[in-house]
Design a protein around this ligand. Structure first.
Ligand code: ARG
Length: 460
């Protein structure tokens, strides 16, 4: 048998491909990651073929026996993968035929690698989505625990990175919890839309055999079948949608990472991160660098890149399957790897954050964080908000000239800006008063933060 006759499509060809073309067109060294899904899909297909009397019970038994052997060879890492057989599907099919003969050659009846690969990716990604869902849950729990410890710890909230108003650290962390909860629901939405069976589409048009797609869908845990065979083999929107959701998760994590880096800078000093997530410098002995958050911020770039890559991969493709689609796997796999590692490490790192409430309190002494509270106070005494805003602006300028906080001005000094100010003002100008006053759902009052934590916990 010549080399080309060993190929699944050999009879048509008059010369073998070069080694370079073989390597260029092969995917086995990355798509073997879907080997167990490929076997699962093949077994479900073979059982359906036997139920429909398209293959014999004897052939099915041989296929099942051969696949069990192949599965254990793969699990024990003794399966011999060959570039000559291009991809995971042909490698497994060839081994099956070597093990069980003609029954192995009958497995591909009524099927194509086009619907086979589309099925494998969905099975593989579905498992990964379940893992990611769980990891997001762990990350949310870690954030909630830290938020609960610091439901009453005050720090400056920023807009434009300028001190704005006091917030609690717990409240600040809950912002990331909300992002992660939406991220989780996006992953679930993606799973629901993706969970349809492509098998039965065959190469593109369906098959002439009397197949039963619904039973295959049930066996493989799909909620139904893809309704259009051309679409089933050619679209990868589920992979794009997942990567978009993953990019957004990475963007959210990256924002948090950026804050951790900033907070850990000695110039800010709001937190410390456990040593095991940091590294030193080879030249500067004093350094402790927040490598893990920095890498998470950096790795968000590669996932965003994968999203762009997949969108561009799809945009010019005519129906139906094109080999371009083989390029979907590496970005998809790397997205999953990057995302799962990042979520695992963040769920681990959050409990390793030490909060420094004194540094946060000291920062609140700068920047007039309670200026809005003074304005609100004047409004409650009857002054129109715009006039109150102006009066407080003048008070801030006076305090700035004196080099003190608003609360350090005397009642007489404050009254120079508005006669409406009374001695009840000093409660308003404290950080605790400012926090407690924002006492509504979504507000930063410690009681509201605790209630919000309880509400999230009840949904988990
Ligand atoms: N390795 C291919 C992929 O990943 C499998 C499908 C190949 N189909 C084909 N007609 N060449 O897309």
């Amino acid at each position: 048998m010549t080399e080309e006759q060993g190929k699944a499509w050999s009879g048509r060809f008059s010369e073998p491909v070069s080694d370079l073309v073989k390597r260029y067109t092969a995917s086995v060294f990355f798509d073997r990651r879907m080997a167990l899904q490929d076997i699962r899909g093949s077994l479900a297909h073979a059982r359906m073929l036997a139920r429909q009397a398209i293959i014999s019970a004897t052939d099915l038994a041989a296929i099942e026996q051969g696949m069990a052997r192949i599965k254990s060879e793969i699990e024990q890492d003794v399966f011999v993968w060959s570039l000559d057989d291009e991809d995971v599907h042909l490698n497994i099919e060839k081994r099956l035929t070597a093990l069980v003969g003609d029954a192995g050659k009958r497995l591909h009846t009524g099927r194509s690698r086009n619907d086979q690969v589309a099925t494998d990716i969905r099975l593989w990604l579905r498992d990964m989505l379940d893992t990611i869902d769980r990891l997001l849950g762990d990350y949310i729990l870690a954030l909630l625990a830290l938020a609960e410890q610091h439901a009453g710890t005050a720090l400056p909230g920023f807009t434009h990175l300028q001190v704005a108003q006091p917030v609690t650290f717990g409240h600040h962390l809950l912002a990331y919890v909300e992002m992660a909860r939406r991220d989780r629901s996006r992953i679930r939405d993606c799973r629901a839309r993706m969970n349809r069976l492509p098998l039965g589409a065959a190469a593109l048009a369906g098959t002439t055999f009397p197949i039963d797609r619904e039973s295959v869908a049930r066996e493989l845990g799909f909620d139904g079948v893809c309704e259009n065979s051309l679409d089933a083999v050619s679209d990868r929107d589920f992979a794009i949608e997942f990567t978009a959701a993953a990019a957004l998760i990475m963007v959210h994590v990256s924002r948090f990472a950026e804050e951790l880096i900033l907070w850990m800078s000695p110039r800010v000093g709001f937190i410390d991160i456990a040593d095991r997530f940091c590294t030193g410098s080879s030249i500067m002995p004093q350094k402790k660098n927040p490598d893990v958050p920095e890498l998470a911020r950096g790795k968000s770039g590669r996932v965003i890149g994968h999203l762009t890559g997949l969108l561009v991969l799809m945009k010019g493709q005519p129906l139906a399957y094109n080999k371009d689609n083989q390029e979907d796997k590496e970005p998809l796999f790397d997205t999953v790897d990057t995302l799962t590692d990042t979520l695992r490490i963040f769920a681990d790192m959050v409990p390793g954050i030490t909060v420094k409430p004194e540094a946060m309190a000291a920062a609140l002494k700068q920047g007039y964080a309670t200026a809005t509270d003074l304005a609100d106070y004047l409004v409650k005494k009857g002054l129109p908000f715009r006039d109150a805003h102006e009066a407080v602006a003048r008070a801030v300028r006076a305090a700035e000239l004196k080099g003190c906080d608003l609360s350090d001005l005397s009642l007489a000094e404050l009254r120079a800006f508005s006669a409406l100010i009374g001695d009840d003002i000093f409660d308003v100008l404290t950080v605790a008063g400012s926090l407690a006053a924002r006492d509504h759902i979504g507000g930063t009052a410690p009681a509201q933060v605790r209630a919000a934590i309880a509400r999230v916990r009840a949904t988990l």
